[in-house]
Design a protein around this ligand. Structure first.
Ligand SMILES: [Zn+2]
Ligand SMILES: [Zn+2]
Length: 336
């Protein structure tokens, strides 16, 4: 069999915001291939490997989707220890852990309605579906196994149980919904830009009212920038010894993500209330730059001062020399 010449009977394009691995699984299912393991073998990959942009040409031949759109939806995943060179949905990702490509999460209601997986579910800090306002699921309610990309159908666990039968286990929190909505917006915009022939720049959506402190900061930033700030504050919150938040490490990536979001937001709110905090960020330069960027990009003066307060709180624990040289505009920013 010549894999280069192979073309499956059921062909389809990749949908807006559909994830590349989700597309491959959907096409495998439609063509009766029992999931991704066989495709991975043909692509010379192990069962545990993640599909990425390098697989776009073959997936295009087999299933028909546009190769450039496939690359966009598969992303470039660096292997080994290198922490640079990741990208997903047309955006660079500064850290591999920003993405959750190996432990799939789904909204069973979206799957039941649309039968495809979306890119935001692969962003580690996205824990809810904004459309159905429910927590995403990452394990089977019946056999308790973690969901796998090697399952044979999009909407069913490997044990055969339909995921649509699971109920939403917990109330969603405002920070979870707002964060997921921000990611949705960023991904949709970048997907639109990718698909529009006119190359027109998509309009930035108006900022909703009533945002949490963390989301006020993140709103003007790029996806990559916002993820840096969220993780930095979420991690820094662990050092705040006056914090009442439990530092206990939760096991699953989904629970860890919930914890990072809540901690980052509580820290941002605390700083906004001008309460003293004590924290340390091991490598501050990127975060300091992003916070400065956020402060500069905020529309209202209240938001601007929130970003500045956080910046000042972070800088309090840094040597002046390390940050003032990073960004000459910073000194001016801090003057008022
Ligand atoms: Zn949903
Ligand atoms: Zn199961």
């Amino acid at each position: 069999m010549d894999l280069q010449e192979l073309s499956f009977p059921f062909q389809d394009s990749i949908r807006p915001c559909e994830s590349g691995q989700g597309y491959a699984l959907r096409m495998a299912q439609e063509n009766g291939l029992h999931g991704l393991p066989l495709l991975k073998t043909w692509l010379g990959k192990s069962r545990f490997a993640t599909l990425d942009a390098a697989d776009a040409p073959m997936l295009h031949r087999w299933f028909g989707a546009n190769e450039t759109l496939l690359e966009f939806a598969l992303g470039h995943t660096a292997t080994g220890r290198r922490e640079q060179g990741y990208s997903y949905a047309g955006q660079s990702m500064g850290r591999s852990y920003f993405l959750n490509r190996a432990y799939p999460r789904v909204c069973p209601e979206c799957l039941a309605a649309d039968e495809h997986c979306v890119i935001p579910w692969d962003i580690s800090l996205v824990v809810v579906c904004t459309r159905h306002r429910r927590t995403l699921i990452d394990r089977c309610h019946y056999c308790q196994s973690a969901l796998s990309w090697n399952r044979s159908r999009l909407g069913a666990c490997g044990c055969g149980v339909e995921l649509a039968m699971s109920d939403s286990p917990q109330e969603v929190m405002p920070i979870e919904v707002q964060f997921a909505a921000w990611v949705d917006g960023r991904v949709a915009r970048s997907s639109e830009q990718m698909r529009s022939a006119s190359q027109s720049v998509a309009v930035v959506p108006a900022r909703p009212v009533g945002l949490t402190a963390l989301m006020t900061l993140l709103w003007p930033l790029s996806l990559n920038g916002g993820l840096h700030v969220a993780y930095a504050l979420g991690t820094a919150a662990g050092y705040d010894d006056q914090s009442h938040i439990l530092p206990r490490r939760e096991k699953t990536p989904l629970k860890k993500a919930q914890q990072v979001l809540v901690q980052a937001n509580e820290l941002a709110e605390k700083i906004a209330r001008l309460e003293p905090v004590k924290f340390r960020i091991s490598r501050p330069s990127v975060v300091v730059q992003l916070l400065a960027e956020s402060a500069a990009a905020q529309n209202g003066s209240a938001d601007q001062s929130l970003a500045q307060s956080i910046l000042v709180a972070v800088l309090r624990y840094q040597k002046r020399a390390t940050w003032s040289s990073l960004n000459p505009n910073l000194s001016q920013l801090l003057l008022f």
